[in-house]
Design a protein around this ligand. Structure first.
Ligand SMILES: [Zn+2]
Length: 678
């Protein structure tokens, strides 16, 4: 993006984010998920960091929260309710640790306190002389709303504090502070997953729209004028901060103290001594989080020592002493680059979104199904749109909706093509059905068979690409012709079932390593009718190079020994077909390299000689070089020894070259060995 484009993008993002902020904070409505909104904010934040001249005072990154509605009494917070800095990966966490250690001049004395980041609604609770006096929502961080009546309906919030305790840590002085003064704590109101499901079931029975997530219900309940609504929902509360100074040394002490006063604290909160331990905790909860009875989106990491916190202070709207370490979002925004069509086993044509690769729920996604044309029109998804992408658990990634205000000008409504993109047959749609089908009943099976043939042992010989994998790659829309095989990236494979990091790497390498191919294998791989392995060999021998083969005339072919006229006709028709010639061009453009024909005539030029091959040879693959040497009577060694006759060295030859020099083994090039067998 140039400067002007960047500024336009920033302006559009600001309007978009502000729109969602208003809906969410002021009207209690939500059009897109927090995660999707976070993703937009993150993009805006990054663009502004790179182009600070475009930061304006009204940017959503420069403020938090929204204006309270007039229906509740507004209350100023004595201590502002800050927002929290986010860390999305270990590097960002480590950067945070470096920053705070630099300011402190040492590592935190009492380590870190880690708490689950509840997906709920933050409130401030004021106790006067030990009695709950007021509960205030966060609002814009400075001014919130008095929601005391609703808060009182939550059973886990104490209405008066237990000031009778025998625990040693509570000194008389501490207790006096509580019972004589105003005392503030903060925590999160949330709803269990179970209660969320119960309420949604109720909604469904009444024919009402479903709630998007538990946090929405919690927020909606707290901001109801009629407290009966809040009372009917089993809201819960966890304390996360003691705001008033009780004279204790650490946050951990405060937590213990809060527990004794009767507050509910999250049982998974714990003190850790370094960020490696935090990383371990973070990773283990990432795996277990689905089993928790409530929703969490990360781990809040806080400096434990309270004096150090004062020294660290705040920057902008956030405290320096805490950071929200968040798990990968399950909803992100990305750009829809194209819509392609894949054909299924029954001939059904399914549109697939080609996306700007993006990390979602821990994996990179570049494709997502769009189901059918009706669905695309219902969601109004267009090429060029910024879309919300969702990946929940193991479910296939899905395009949720486009962000219409970010749409580029002139983006057209997408239509199913009239001709099948695989076989060019007519596309048909039956009355009353949503799916389009290719009218050619054999469409899918022909494509599938062609691809399986193309990668088979005698053709391109791509390991790790058996029929099951071919089916899978077709089903997710990654390949619809052999050319697509060479366009696959590792990012495409990683999100797929059966493709752990190692196996996707293996397949990717296997494809890359087989781009160089002998002429006879290549001709066989093309899958021309009546051209089996033997004829492919003969053709390679006859024409020598791919260029000559491609330009062969009918007579050239017909003249060949053992080729029937019918076969010659078939082959010539194939070569005369522009589509097939383009297929060859496409393969070459994807980096496929077809080698000149080398005569495999059995000879004994290399009889009794021991060869070692090292490095990358200019034209031969390692495998082909080995085969050739054996064919001519030589043998192959794996290591250089005194018995080695020749080392064939290509580019990037390593230790073997050194050793050959030391042992006076003759070092030769590929040209030399090709000369030796002539
Ligand atoms: Zn078709």
């Amino acid at each position: 993006m140039n400067k002007q484009e960047t500024k336009n993008r920033i302006d559009k993002l600001k309007i978009e984010i502000n729109h969602h902020r208003y809906l969410y904070h002021v009207l209690d409505k939500q059009e897109i998920s927090d995660e999707a909104l976070d993703s937009l904010k993150h993009e805006l934040y990054s663009l502004e960091q790179e182009n600070p001249e475009f930061i304006t005072l009204d940017s959503p990154t420069q403020r938090i929260g929204g204006e309270p509605l007039d229906k509740f009494v507004k209350v100023s917070h004595e201590t502002p309710m800050m927002s929290m800095e986010d860390a999305f990966n270990y590097t960002e966490l480590a950067d945070w640790e470096t920053r705070i250690s630099r300011i402190l001049g040492h590592e935190p004395k009492d380590g870190y306190f880690c708490e689950m980041k509840m997906d709920g609604l933050a409130v401030s609770l004021i106790y006067e002389k030990g009695i709950l006096a007021r509960a205030v929502t966060r609002g814009d961080g400075q001014v919130g709303e008095d929601v005391t009546q609703n808060i009182k309906t939550i059973d886990s919030i104490p209405l008066n504090l237990k000031t009778e305790s025998e625990k040693l840590k509570i000194t008389t002085k501490n207790l006096n502070l509580i019972s004589s003064r105003r005392f503030e704590v903060r925590g999160e109101i949330y709803l269990s997953k179970k209660e969320f499901e119960r309420l949604n079931k109720e909604q469904a029975e009444k024919g009402l729209p479903l709630y998007a997530n538990p946090r929405n219900i919690a927020a909606g309940s707290i901001r109801q004028l009629d407290s009966k609504v809040a009372a009917s929902r089993k809201l819960d509360f966890n304390i996360y901060e003691m705001v008033s100074d009780l004279g204790l040394e650490t946050h951990e002490d405060n937590f213990e103290f809060a527990k004794m006063l009767g507050f509910k604290i999250n049982p998974n909160a714990k003190k850790l001594v370094n960020i490696n331990q935090i990383e371990e905790l973070f990773n283990s909860w990432q795996k277990k989080r689905a089993q928790l009875p409530y929703q969490v989106d990360g781990v809040v990491v806080k400096i434990n020592n309270l004096v150090e916190r004062i020294k660290l202070g705040s920057v902008g709207k956030a405290y320096r002493w805490e950071v929200a370490y968040k798990w990968p979002a399950e909803q992100v925004t990305t750009v829809l680059k194209d819509i392609i069509v894949q054909v299924g086993r029954t001939g059904t044509l399914t549109p697939v979104a080609v996306l700007e690769p993006v990390l979602v729920a821990g994996s990179v996604v570049s494709r997502a199904t769009l189901h059918n044309e009706d669905e695309i029109h219902r969601k109004d998804v267009r090429i060029g749109d910024t879309v919300i992408l969702q990946k929940a658990g193991d479910v296939i990634p899905e395009v949720v909706e486009p962000l219409v205000r970010l749409r580029p000008e002139g983006a057209k409504v997408w239509r199913m093509p009239k001709k099948c993109p695989i076989c060019n047959s007519e596309v048909v749609k039956k009355e009353g059905e949503v799916a389009y089908k290719c009218s050619n009943l054999k469409c899918f099976s022909v494509m599938r068979r062609r691809i399986i043939h193309f990668v088979s042992k005698s053709a391109f010989d791509i390991e790790g690409m058996g029929p099951k994998i071919v089916d899978q790659l077709i089903n997710v829309g990654l390949i619809k012709s052999a050319v697509d095989i060479f366009k696959i990236t590792q990012d495409d494979l990683l999100p797929l079932e059966r493709f752990a990091e190692k196996s996707s790497e293996n397949l990717f390498e296997s494809i890359a390593n087989h781009k160089k191919i002998s002429l006879e294998r290549f001709i066989y791989a093309l899958g021309i009718r009546m051209v089996g392995k033997e004829l492919a060999d003969d053709l390679a021998k006859q024409f020598g190079t791919l260029e000559k083969f491609r330009q062969a005339s009918f007579d050239d072919i017909n003249r060949m020994y053992g080729v029937a006229e019918k076969t010659a006709n078939e082959l010539f028709d194939w070569l005369a077909n522009k589509g097939y010639q383009k297929f060859i061009d496409d393969l070459l453009n994807c980096g496929v390299k077809v080698l000149k024909y080398h005569s495999p005539i059995k000879a004994n030029n290399l009889d009794g000689k021991l060869f070692v091959v090292t490095g990358t040879l200019p034209t031969l693959t390692r495998e082909d070089a080995h085969k050739m040497i054996i064919q001519y009577g030589g043998s192959i060694g794996t290591a250089i020894t005194g018995k080695t006759d020749y080392l064939i060295a290509g580019e990037n030859a390593g230790s073997k070259l050194e050793k050959a020099r030391r042992l006076n083994v003759e070092i030769i090039s590929e040209d030399k060995i090709l000369g030796m067998i002539k």
